[in-house]
Design a protein around this ligand. Structure first.
Ligand code: SF4
Length: 439
């Protein structure tokens, strides 16, 4: 019997992409999406396990949802994604009334579960040949931006990270599949693509490495802007910058380059495989070639063994580099990772104090970057009506900053905007020239 289904998604863009693909997959099988979770016969929770907090939130939500089954025993509620992969059977001990537990590589099992042809409730084998479901991701009418996953898994084993254990070894998706998917999205009006992977820089399929793939994507007609996340400093090459330079009109000089710590001692303990001076030389190269580049980063504070001196080295690196955005996290132990064997010896109060200091610094640096944009003319892609400021249209600048422009001006998709005002993360602009075609 055909079902009405709803997917709740936690975590990163890769999970959002997986949910969008799963939605298309189920719709192709005749099941129907509903926006209303209570109305759904089938509720799927796509989960993230990167931090304990994210895992707890997802489990809490599942507990709420299975309580709906008391009144409506026919409803099915299940878990997919990284928590399902990591915990498997164990989740059923916590929530025995869950209908299914499906890991990252076994997502197609959901179709059999709905049809009643599946045997058992738990599907968590890792399939090293799985590149994702064949269905293209669901695209809403009017969407101008879409994610495309180019690889799955990770081989880096950063000592604090659970991803390689739950997402398996690195697998690069065949380039033709990526190109077909982007063309399919472009035919539906998408003009901005973000290529996704745990470490896109290590993409390789036969002779095609990441710079070659990026160039192939840049040649697709009607795609106006290409972004890519996440980079890894150990694999970030000059060849990537060559492609960015060649296709500057399409690929913004906007790089998310996780630093994690400014101390070589801590970087080694994290198994990041680069030193601070190697990182600085990449940054120098980026700013030399693209003086208007924006670089954003991730930082973990309170990693085991991080002393005051290590922390000060991080602060000094952040100031020196002048990031346009810092995403800071407090270290927390993930069972099963290498760093879980280290003594978690930075007191919680100290972790919180360091985190707050980095957050404050991140805001100051982001404001500095945003203010520098005032008076510049930027090529933005018009998006949707702003939920917070309905009299404005949201759009994105090459840097990724949100630009708000007055709604009455919204009639074309590509526009040169003069930036007139800036807050930390948002720029306000006045449209100068409208273009009918991509820049
Ligand atoms: S690169 Fe490191 S932090 Fe990123 S997913 Fe792989 S192991 Fe985790």
């Amino acid at each position: 019997m055909k079902k009405k289904f709803h997917i709740i998604t936690y975590g990163c863009q890769m999970n959002r992409y997986d949910s969008a693909v799963l939605r298309s997959f189920l719709e192709e099988k005749g099941h129907r999406w509903t926006d209303d979770v209570v109305d759904a016969d089938l509720i799927i929770v796509n989960t993230c396990t990167v931090r304990q907090h994210a895992e707890n939130r997802a489990i809490g939500r599942l507990e709420e949802l299975v309580s709906l089954k008391r009144k409506h025993p026919d409803k099915k509620v299940g878990i997919i994604g990284c928590v399902a992969q990591e915990l498997g059977e164990k989740i059923l001990k916590k929530i025995p009334t869950l209908d299914f537990v499906v890991g990252t590589d076994k997502i197609s099992a959901i179709a059999d579960i709905i049809d009643g042809t599946a045997e058992g409730k738990v599907y968590t084998d890792i399939d090293e040949k799985f590149y994702g479901l064949a269905s293209p991701p669901h695209i809403e009418d009017g969407d101008f931006s879409a994610f495309v996953t180019i690889m799955r898994g990770c081989d880096n084993f950063c000592s604090y990270c659970i991803v390689p254990y739950v997402r398996g070894r690195e697998r690069s998706k065949p380039p033709q599949k990526i190109i077909d998917e982007i063309k399919w999205a472009a035919e539906r009006g998408v003009v901005e693509i973000t290529l996704l992977g745990q470490n896109v820089n290590s993409y390789r399929y036969g002779d095609i490495d990441f710079p070659k793939l990026l160039e192939m994507v840049a040649q697709i007609e009607n795609i106006a802007r290409i972004r890519f996340i996440t980079n890894h400093p150990k694999d970030f090459s000059k060849k990537i910058l060559d492609v960015v330079e060649k296709y500057r009109n399409k690929i913004p000089a906007s790089f998310h380059l996780p630093l994690q710590s400014g101390s070589d001692k801590i970087l080694a303990a994290m198994n990041r495989k680069y030193t601070i001076s190697q990182y600085l030389s990449i940054v120098e190269d980026i700013y030399r070639r693209f003086p208007d580049a924006i670089i954003t980063t991730d930082i973990i504070v309170g990693f085991p063994g991080e002393d005051e001196n290590d922390f000060l080295q991080t602060i000094s690196a952040l100031n020196e580099i002048g990031f346009g955005g810092i995403f800071a996290f407090r270290y927390s132990v993930r069972n099963g990772t290498t760093s879980a064997k280290l003594k978690d010896n930075v007191p919680e109060t100290e972790k919180i104090a360091r985190l707050n200091e980095i957050i404050k610094l991140g805001i100051r640096l982001a404001q500095k970057y945003s203010r520098k944009q005032i008076g510049t003319i930027q090529k933005v892609l018009l998006g949707n009506i702003s939920k917070k400021n309905p009299e404005f249209i949201t759009s994105t600048a090459p840097s990724g900053r949100v630009v708000l422009i007055p709604r009455k001006e919204f009639f074309k998709k590509f526009v040169d905007v003069k930036i007139e005002k800036a807050s930390t993360w948002v720029l306000w602009g006045k449209p100068i020239i409208f273009h009918n075609k991509p820049f």
